[in-house]
Ligand binder design. Sequence first.
Ligand code: AMP
Length: 429
Amino acid sequence: MTTTTTPTNFTSLGIISPLLARLTELEYQLPTPIQARVIPSILAQRDLIAGANTGSGKTAAFALPLLQQIHTEKQLTSKNTQGNYVTGLILVPTRELAKQVADSIKSYALHFNGMIKTVAVFGGVSANTQMQALRGGTDILVATPGRLLDLISSNAIKLDRVKTLVLDEADRMLSLGFTDELSTLLALLPKKKQILLFSATFPEEVQTLTQELLHNPVEIQLQSADASTLVQRVFTVNRGNKTALLAHLIKQHQWRQALIFVNSKNSCNHLAEKLSKRGIAAEVFHGDKGQAARSRVLDAFKAGEIEVLIATDIAARGLDIEKLPVVINFDLPRSPSDYMHRIGRSGRAGEVGLALSLIDHDDFHHFNVIEKKNKICLEREQVVGFEVDDIIKDKFPAADKPMAKPEGSGKKKRKNKTLVNADIWLRNS
Ligand code: AMP
């Protein structure tokens, strides 16, 4: 994997040998740019605010130094976890992310031979098992805010000995309406603590939180060139042809896996039915499925047993599906930042990825807004056999605005809407 050209390695970042051994096993040859930049500051006990795109390797960026600090401290003091206390607290916006982050931490800690106890707590499942797991104290707790508050009110956990707080995907946490829960939780933390805040975007709410919380933080924003190797493309299509185009693309390219985003659970089910009629088996993933069913589908998708997954935005955050070749926006996300979160499911940690958006005449205005907010500018393309009707062609403004060359396409900038022979671009992508 080509992760980075940063001339550092994990040893020179100060990572200790049990972790280094594990990183070698996981084939993390070099730190990703975010890891190279944040690990030294975290080890130096600084507060930190990092603008990190999903897929940049940010979990290891905070997990490795956190594990290292806790392990070193435990060795020095020979103290074990106590009571219902927790040392490192990681707050995340979704259940899936909580599970995923905790799994990564447990994996990185493998050669600490059980010395570090990591627990994940999140809603949607019984609290009893989580309460039992918390007994005797916890070194690292990964939690969603709501469930954590429930567990605090049942005295299953105490936050007054937290040494490090990580706010992962802070923007999403606030946009999901966790502002009040966060304030309550923050008030329960001790005054002296290290805070690490990771966020893909920095809306006003996140900036306010940062100013109120962090003490003289190191600020790290990756250069866009570091962020990913993701190619973004936009296909204009008549509304009535969208499903046909999607089915055509899936069949034509035979992607190993595809994650398709729609905006509601009904659309998930509806699209799955329509694809099935066209001979494409797809599973659905949305918030109305129970936690057990969601985990089952996700595990099967991660294991490659499901090839096409149709999901709502609940899957747009934090899910780490190794080498996911393509993300398709069948419906455009409502918020421009969700566009970035969705497409960040592909092209992770330096892998080449592809993000496709299928837009019809009702979408063109909204897509312009998405581009503007995210400071991107993509060429409108069409696929042979699925051209838009003349009557709506004029609504697509590609002809009169500057067009960015699609990253990595190697093609010349075109002056007009592009008619793409699907065979050619798919082979190129
Ligand atoms: P994250 O942004 O934390 O969700 O990480 C995205 C993916 O990158 C995960 O599959 C990690 O296992 C992988 N990853 C993280 N750091 C590295 C690294 N230094 N080298 C290779 N893969 C990495």
